[in-house]
Design a protein around this ligand. Structure first.
Ligand code: NAG
Ligand code: NAG
Ligand code: NAG
Ligand code: NAG
Length: 174
């Protein structure tokens, strides 16, 4: 019993780490592919997603803006420029030129995307836990009421108006 109680938090920590590690590897794999196929003039979803993420998260490249130099798009445009989505909001007349790196977001996107996804997943996990706790509490309350069944009219009212879930629990318990 004690071993079981001690294993629960340990198991959930392992589970969480596995999820987070999975997110990191998956983002790492996909982001390489997406940057490789970027095409600034194409309206394809992947390219627009790159521009969107760079603007929203204020980042440029995978680890930094130097990553753009290895993309086909960069080699094809031949003007030593990264996409305009790399330009900081404060930079005026930014044309994405690597000659003016101070106009570009310094941070890479991968770490920020991973952080954002992990944040969202934490929210989902907390919401699920809270939901489960509320359900458990509700069931417990209903069972206490039903198990202390008495002739008290107030209790009778509670029971007849009581939840279907509680009646089912009672039916399967007795
Ligand atoms: C970008 O990162 C690479 C390693 O990933 C590093 O060698 C390079 O100096 C960095 N560039 C800048 C401008 O920080
Ligand atoms: C981008 O797409 C255009 C057509 O939409 C194509 O002509 C061009 O070669 C593509 N560039 C790259 C780097 O794939
Ligand atoms: C470099 O070329 C691309 C594609 O032709 C263009 O969108 C971009 O504005 C150019 N950048 C500069 C600094 O000329
Ligand atoms: C980009 O803008 C800078 C000034 O911020 C300018 O010196 C450079 O010539 C421009 N590059 C291109 C390709 O237009």
């Amino acid at each position: 019993q004690a071993a079981g109680a001690g294993a629960a938090p340990w198991a959930s920590a392992v589970f969480l780490n596995l999820i987070f590690w999975g997110v990191e590897t998956e983002v790492d794999r996909s982001i390489q592919k997406v940057y490789k196929t970027y095409n600034g003039t194409n309206p394809d979803a992947a390219s627009r997603a790159v521009d969107y993420v760079q603007r929203q998260l204020h980042c440029c490249g995978i680890h930094n803006y130097s990553d753009w130099e290895n993309t086909d798009w960069f080699k094809e445009t031949k003007n030593q420029s990264v996409p305009l989505s790399c330009c900081t909001e404060t930079a005026s007349s930014c044309n994405g030129s690597l000659a003016h790196p101070s106009n570009l977001y310094a941070e890479g996107c991968e770490a920020l995307v991973v952080k954002k996804l992990q944040e969202i997943m934490m929210h989902v996990i907390w919401a699920a836990l809270a939901f489960a706790a509320i359900q458990l509490l509700g069931m417990l309350c209903a069972c206490i009421v039903l198990c202390r069944r008495s002739r008290d009219p107030a209790y009778e009212l509670l029971i007849t108006g009581g939840t279907y879930a509680c009646e089912k629990t009672q039916a399967s318990a007795f």
